[in-house]
Design a protein around this ligand. Structure first.
Ligand SMILES: [Zn+2]
Ligand SMILES: [Zn+2]
Length: 256
């Protein structure tokens, strides 16, 4: 199972930095959060997704499905999705929460998802959307993905975990858990109502372990790191490794 982080930043990415390194990934330069699973399932498509796919070496034409976590601008860019969808024989399927309102995008087909229902997205991927604590107008959902015998929970964007999602993950024994790590290692930021800080993650993980959502084999990463709220990648990584989880960076591929 290969998951590649195409972007690990929040909405406060730096345009200046992107101009400095437009054609490569660098640990301290975070493009808007997105990921690709198995080379064909794209999670979110924000302003940098086309560049990220090119840099990571994934042909855009191989993407069959786009899974949308929510409709904030750093995750949803209709123009880039139109480019991704252009010139295909089969439409690009966009999986969204059932109540999401999307503009018309040529070459796409909308698949609407009810929370808690399991959808067969491709022959090797089934996805269940679970509720997320994030701007409700953006129709947020987190994804429990069953891919090639592995279980992944992709929980961006969102703060803490809602009761329904917590219960749905009991005994999941996730292989990979990816959490929102927008805020840094301090207490007292206003964003905690819709994003996690590192102290929140330290508190959540032992509770996940008590229900069997995770266990000793689960690989845990944070992503969606705000540029203005974190130290360097190396410093943040050292802080998080000490608490048993890792920090994603753009271009990182995880195999579990
Ligand atoms: Zn975001
Ligand atoms: Zn968001």
């Amino acid at each position: 199972m290969k998951l590649c982080f195409l972007g690990t930043g929040a909405a406060d990415y730096s345009r200046e930095l992107l101009e400095t390194v437009p054609d490569r990934f660098a640990p301290d330069i975070r493009r808007c959060s997105a990921a690709i699973l198995g080379g064909k399932y794209l999670i979110d498509a924000g302003p940098h997704v086309l560049d990220s796919l090119r840099i990571a070496g994934y042909p855009a034409g191989a993407v069959t499905d786009l899974l949308m976590t929510h409709l904030h601008k750093d995750h949803f860019n209709p123009e880039n999705i139109g480019t991704l969808a252009a010139g295909r024989e089969q439409p690009l399927r966009i999986w969204v929460r059932e109540d999401a309102e999307l503009p018309e995008i040529q070459g796409t087909e909308i698949r609407r998802m009810k929370l808690y229902e399991r959808y067969q997205v491709g022959s090797d991927l089934a996805v269940t959307g679970l509720p997320a604590n994030h701007g409700q107008g953006t129709r947020p959902q987190h994804f429990l993905m069953e891919y090639a015998g592995r279980k992944i929970y992709y929980a961006l964007d969102g703060a803490w975990i809602l009761n329904g999602a917590f219960n749905a993950l009991k005994e999941a024994h996730l292989d990979l858990l990816i959490l929102d790590g927008t805020c840094g290692d301090y207490i007292g930021d206003f964003r905690l109502a819709e994003h996690n800080s590192i102290p929140m993650i330290r508190m959540m993980l032992p509770s996940f372990a008590t229900t069997g959502a995770i266990d000793d084999h689960t690989v845990i990463y944070i992503s969606h790191l705000a540029r203005t709220l974190h130290k360097s990648h190396a410093e943040t990584s050292a802080i998080c490794e000490a608490s048993g989880f890792h920090v994603a960076r753009d271009g990182l591929t995880i195999e579990v």
